[in-house]
Write a protein that binds this ligand. Sequence first.
Ligand SMILES: Nc1ncnc2c1ncn2[C@@H]1O[C@H](COP(=O)(O)OP(=O)(O)OP(=O)(O)O)[C@@H](O)[C@H]1O
Length: 425
Amino acid sequence: MGHISVHNLGKAYKRYAHKWGRFAEWVGFGPCHQSHWVLRDINLAIAAGEAVGIIGVNGAGKSTLLKLITGTAHPTTGHIERGGSIAALLELGLGFHGEFTGRENVWTSALLAGLDSATIHDQMAEIEAFADIGDYIDQPVRTYSSGMQVRLAFAVATAVRPDILVVDEALAVGDVFFQQKCFERIRQYRDAGTTLLFVSHSMATVYTLCDRAVFIDGGRIRRDGPPREVIDIYNAHVANRLGSGDLEIAAGERGQSAGSYGRGDCTVDHVEILYQDQPVHTLISDSEMTVRIQVAFHRSVTDPHVGMQVRDRRGEAIYMTHTHGLGLRVGPSANGDRVEVSFSFRASLIPGDYTVTAGVADGGLPGGHVRTSLVRRHDAARFTVTEDVRGPRWDGICNLSPSCAIERFARRASPSKPRISPEAL
Ligand SMILES: Nc1ncnc2c1ncn2[C@@H]1O[C@H](COP(=O)(O)OP(=O)(O)OP(=O)(O)O)[C@@H](O)[C@H]1O
């Protein structure tokens, strides 16, 4: 129950050169179309209970893959095997009928999803409460905002825990409170054994929810593995598309990061963590630390900027900055030049393991952005933060070091009744 196997899956849409092409083909003029392949040679085996994030740029084929897996589109090649019940929340077309009320749509969607009327009856109050759209539940769905439609769709799709839950970006439409409520339910279902298939452009969500990521590029699987490794490769790919040219991606340790990528203009030769000017691997939370990055230039670069990222144990960047963002300039650099850039800050981090990724970009842009990524070395240094047993107690991700003021207000004494003397009367 809950497993998915995809074998040699492919999807092609027909493209007609002429607007009469489809008709001409229909009346027997022979083939008038070209096949436009949007997915090819997809092989995936997802075990029951796995949480898989599907990532890729716009148009890569992510939604198409989900549509094929959920059965809302038919494959051109290959086949899919699925075990157990499936609930899907796909980006386009939530499957509601505009003229029916929300409540009527809940009935139709839930019946189509295979729930029996007794279950729908039992779940209706819970669905209404989760969607939280008030009186709109008895209004036609055409009067709903897109956010309201997503609220209702999610509430119906997840009213009963499915064996497989497929979510495609649609949640991005809801407000932050609703998103949190949805993620809480998704987490609960995942922890209870539901297989999760999740398409998202938010890498933070993939890190948080998924234990595996699949990067789809041009309709094919480019990488399949732990989120940290796959997201690094995806980021390198995005940097390429943003004009960094053909970045060489060097493989890192399997299951770790993507190693490094770069074009050869410069290299990040050394990254170290220092405490009181000494290289260290362990720091007490809240102590002052320095990240020192050494860069060597092999070609001239007009406006280089050196940056660093501190990443947590899952690989998610919890802080990043670069010289341009801090209002500094490295200055034009020529072949053979070397620079050393040191970032010093307080390690206001929760105890745990961290890594530092270092990179160089060319061209500072307004707003603190940089134009072209030249090189990036993932997880070039690692350090552990231990608890500051003598410092104040706190929990979370980073120490915000709040000041705290307490004001006490004594309970006001009830006013005593004015005494009126008999002489005054
Ligand atoms: N019904 C269709 N007819 C023709 N082409 C289609 C159809 N549906 C999708 N495509 C094409 O298939 C390709 C993949 O689309 P898909 O929606 O799967 O991408 P995606 O990775 O989900 O993108 P996004 O992140 O923008 O949602 C795109 O080039 C798209 O134009």
